[in-house]
Design a protein around this ligand. Structure first.
Ligand SMILES: C[S@@+](CC[C@H](N)C(=O)[O-])C[C@H]1O[C@@H](n2cnc3c(N)ncnc32)[C@H](O)[C@@H]1O
Length: 208
């Protein structure tokens, strides 16, 4: 048994309907690694139980796995908005939401994240940034005014497979922009922040 298996075996099990989505994601889609999966899913769910958000925004739905993990903790009347630019995923995402208890709490927006954020007239308690790595800093500036003071941003993949420590190729826009995001957030006085070395790096940011 390796350490990852040990951690999984000693954490809450992956709910069966999420395991099905995880399996279907691996069978049907290229890049199934983008799906949060068991451990990160349980972490997102636990954070939501701790933060107790009423309004959640997610950037980058993919197959809906992380949205469902966060929606688990939403109270009656709570809403999660999730934005995905790939319209070919729409039917699969909606089918996954429909197969859960949380479909009525989730609103899917198909479109570009920066465009769709502008249209949302909400104040959020929690934002999960997980869309285009080249746009993280733009997402951050777009969502910060819509986040309540004391609210949280979680940004995924901020260690980017360890590439943040290596010499960057000039055309590797994703690594360059993740590093720019990390450098900016690290010195931004408007927020408190800490990077967790979970999976591919998860930055927790609290608006002061
Ligand atoms: C890493 S996946 C999201 C994984 C999902 N949050 C999870 O944890 O299971 C990133 C998703 O962001 C979407 N995406 C990329 N650029 C985007 C953009 N500009 N606007 C909205 N979605 C975008 C991609 O199509 C992809 O489905």
């Amino acid at each position: 048994m390796n350490l990852d298996e040990y951690i999984s075996n000693h954490s809450d099990a992956e709910p069966e309907y999420l395991a099905k989505i995880n399996r279907a994601t691996h069978v049907k889609l290229i890049n199934p690694r983008m799906c949060s999966g068991h451990l990160q899913g349980r972490v997102l769910s636990m954070f939501c139980r701790m933060i107790q958000p009423n309004r959640i925004l997610e950037l980058g739905t993919f197959t809906g796995y992380s949205a469902l993990c966060m929606a688990e903790a939403l109270p009656e009347g709570g809403v999660l908005h999730t934005i995905e630019c790939d319209d070919e995923l729409e039917d699969f995402i909606l089918q996954n939401f429909a197969g859960s208890e949380y479909a009525d709490k989730i609103q899917l927006h198909i479109g570009d994240a920066l465009t769709e954020i502008e249209k949302l007239n909400e104040t959020f308690d929690l934002v999960f940034i997980d869309a285009d790595k080249r746009e993280y800093l733009d997402y951050y500036e777009a969502v910060l005014p819509k986040l309540r003071c004391g609210g949280y941003i979680l940004a995924d993949n901020t260690l980017w497979d360890g590439k943040v420590l290596k010499t960057v190729e000039p055309n590797d826009k994703q690594t360059i922009e993740i590093m720019r995001f990390n450098d900016f957030v690290a010195t931004d006085p408007r927020v408190e922040k800490v990077i967790l070395p979970l999976r591919d790096g998860l930055t927790l940011i609290r608006k002061k």
